[in-house]
Ligand binder design. Sequence first.
Ligand code: GLV
Ligand code: MN
Ligand code: MN
Length: 423
Amino acid sequence: MTATILRGDSTRITSLIEDIAAISETAAPSGVTRLAYTPMEREAHAVFAGWMVDLGLSVRTDVVGNTVAERPGRSGGRAIGTGSHLDSVPCGGRFDGIAGVVAAAEVARMVVEQDLDHDHPLRFVVFAGEEGARFGQACIGSKAAGGLWTPQSLVEVRDSDGVSLAEAMQALGFDPAEVEHATWRRDEWAGFIELHVEQGEVLEAQGTSIGIVDLISGSTRFELTVVGRSSHTGSTPMSLRADALCAAAELVLLCEEIAKDPRHRATRCTVGRLEVSPGSITTIPGEVRLAVDVRDVDSSRQRETANDVVSRARDICLRRGIELTARLLSDASPVVLPVWLRDITSAVCKELALTYRVMYSGASHDSQMVGHVVPAGMIFVPSRAGLSHVPEEWSSASDIALGVEVLARSLFSLDAQLTRLGR
Ligand code: GLV
Ligand code: MN
Ligand code: MN
């Protein structure tokens, strides 16, 4: 059966990626903007659903907007899934998430066109709202699949316009009060493997074709609000100022300094958004809001770093006579992916004589969340120059096509292995 599994088709991969990239609020050179829980994201899900329907697969959308297509297996039982997400960051690239969805579509096409047999049902999934850019909270749909939301928590998370996640869901016809119905049942799912672009430069720099992920970083995100005193930039002497932006500048450098401490080898700490108020060239900034993202593969170091940033930020603000408040936006732990599932993909790479390496992911992924309820694995394909979340993000269609073959073979190997084990 595996003899019929081929590489993905590079021409079709390019065309499917272009179909999705065309659904965007921005165009080149500003990249792709298709934010979580917007009509544009839904349009992209509908395009995917159309591909699946054209292949004759059944498609459903769950209560939070995850789209799931299914091809029944010979003997029923628990499903094996693959997929990723179709939303983007503002002015982002066309591959983050999309490569994994297109790979899933290619596997679906291969399976249907060649009428390949598999025992377990195969599911092709697009998660809603993976990017944390809008709500500060990543992996919204997959967190629901992982059973990690309550209806109340969806009301508490808000975007920068004050729209709650629950309201954004309702506006698109979903039912946040029923979020628990989106949880994947352990007796319904046997495994999930996601293909994703690496978003770093390890594979390209080493000339390695495939990354197999062992560990996905966690993130702690919070907002710091720094309140000083606004006044006239000409008439206020330097000695009498409480400039919120000067304090914020120190906080930005503090984040860099803490994460660059050699004891924090894999810690990344970033201030990615700064809102300065009133934002006038002739007024001393009175208030600044900073969005801080702390990522780590070590869960205690992740939380210690976040606490350290807040406590040292307090000292800085105290010294400057400035008020500081901190508000937690989200907190997700690092996740270790199961070794036996990684072994399946490394065996496939060996069989195909491909170069591969086991590596951790610095970015968050849907597999991190569904990994709470189903064994999850991840396959990385190279990213050009390691760039991601920017318009220049790029992975070649031939690298993705190779990833499709590794993905398809891994899914079929998993199917066979589970059958052998009677699961
Ligand atoms: C998801 O792309 C993330 O921010 O890690
Ligand atoms: Mn992604
Ligand atoms: Mn992303």
